[in-house]
Design a protein around this ligand. Structure first.
Ligand code: AMP
Length: 230
């Protein structure tokens, strides 16, 4: 089972790379941000609890986040592995994930850091718009829609997430970068950290991720891993 953790500051490109990698490895993406937004849309208790943190650009408390993630990992489609996007975001979450995987005789196969510096992050994040129906992402500068304000794929309205609005970005970044560095250290010390240059074009980042994963012996689901092949 491949458990690949994608790490990077908000705006580093995790959300762009995760579905591409999912196609290549044949395992689903689990993005806690998407799970939270779905819970908010569905009006669940967990969604209502999470919402006030999300709207304020803060991390949702670990206890709520870990519960949400473990519930998702227990579903059948996660049985062959997952790509985690946006989790873990704190050292406590990283430890909780390790513990849950140990219980199943598994471990994090690789943590891939998409590395990018602060100025570029603000530039990227403040131009991000997503569609109402499916969350398809656009960017004012880097990937604008054909018709302003309308999703190319499903025709729904584009909006700017409250936590992508400029006043929320700075707060969000300061808080999240310090927690991210704890998570990076967690995986560095367990020897599974791989770093790729997030300033490369999208294809270049994807290729760099493939190189790192191949070096770590990670193969698409269904193909024997290096370990299994001897
Ligand atoms: P994202 O779509 O990954 O940028 O997540 C949107 C928001 O959901 C974040 O700003 C947090 O409020 C919340 N969130 C998502 N993942 C986590 C996590 N692992 N820990 C805490 N909060 C999270």
């Amino acid at each position: 089972m491949n458990v690949v953790v994608l790490l990077g500051a908000p705006g580093a490109g995790k959300g762009t790379q995760a579905p591409l990698l999912s196609d290549r490895l044949g395992i689903p993406v689990v993005a806690t941000g998407d799970l939270f937004r779905a819970a908010v849309r569905d009006g669940t208790t967990l969604g209502m609890d999470a919402r006030r943190y999300m709207d304020a650009g803060q991390l949702v408390p670990d206890e709520i986040t870990v519960r949400l993630l473990l519930e998702r990992l227990s579903r059948p489609d996660a049985g062959h592995g997952v790509i985690l996007d946006g989790f873990p975001r704190t050292a406590v979450q990283a430890k909780a994930l390790d513990d849950a995987l140990v219980d199943r005789g598994e471990r994090v196969s690789a943590a891939v850091l998409i590395d990018i510096h602060g100025d570029e992050l603000v530039r990227r994040m403040s131009g991000r718009w997503i569609c109402r129906t499916a969350g398809h992402p656009y960017h004012e500068v880097f990937s604008p829609p054909n018709v302003p304000g309308i999703c190319d794929l499903d025709g729904s309205e584009l909006y700017q997430r409250r936590d992508d609005q400029p006043d929320t970005i700075r707060l969000r970044m300061a808080q999240q970068l310090s927690a991210l560095s704890d998570v990076i250290e967690h995986y560095r010390s367990s020897g599974v950290l791989h770093t790729v240059d997030g300033l490369l074009p999208i294809d270049g980042v994807a290729e760099a991720i493939d190189r790192e994963l191949a070096a770590a012996g990670i193969r698409p689901a269904g193909e024997p891993s290096e370990r299994a092949a001897g």
